[in-house]
Design a protein around this ligand. Structure first.
Ligand SMILES: Nc1nc2c(c(=O)[nH]1)N=C([C@H](O)[C@@H](O)CO)CN2
Length: 123
């Protein structure tokens, strides 16, 4: 079986301008974003292996926060997830797969989680 390294960042709360209804087109709203990124992995991680042999998990946080454009309205949360996937694939050729889950916090009525998960493999 192929070896793989998976990096995770879960439960980032990010304000994003998104939504299909007119009241959602003017003000950013809170999304809970979680990411899983698969990476081609070296043969071995020794005690002195530098970070350059892996990927900084803070790069995932950047893709889901500061790398999202503030002036763009994303009609669907799927498009938010797509932007995050593209950022990660462009950032690092070793990224083979990205999974992004997004929960739209403002629509929960009794603590439920409503949202999407997008999985993209490098093409
Ligand atoms: N698959 C999706 N379904 C829905 C979305 C979405 O982005 N992707 N968005 C909405 C509305 O914006 C809703 O969240 C507002 O209350 C509905 N369904």
């Amino acid at each position: 079986m192929t070896d793989r390294l998976t990096l995770n960042v879960h439960d980032l709360e990010v304000m994003v301008l998104t939504g299909i209804y007119s009241e959602e087109t003017h003000l950013p709203q809170p999304l809970r974003i979680s990411l899983t990124v698969d990476l081609a992995v070296p043969d071995r991680f020794d005690p002195d292996t530098p970070l350059s042999a892996s990927k900084n998990y803070l790069d995932l946080k950047h893709a889901a926060t500061t790398a999202l454009p503030t002036g763009v309205h994303f009609t669907l949360v799927e498009a938010v997830a797509e932007h995050i996937c593209e950022t990660l694939f462009l950032q690092d050729a070793r990224v083979t797969r990205v999974e992004v889950s997004i929960v739209k916090l403002a629509i929960a009525e009794a603590g439920e989680s409503i949202g999407i998960t997008l999985v993209r493999n490098r093409r």
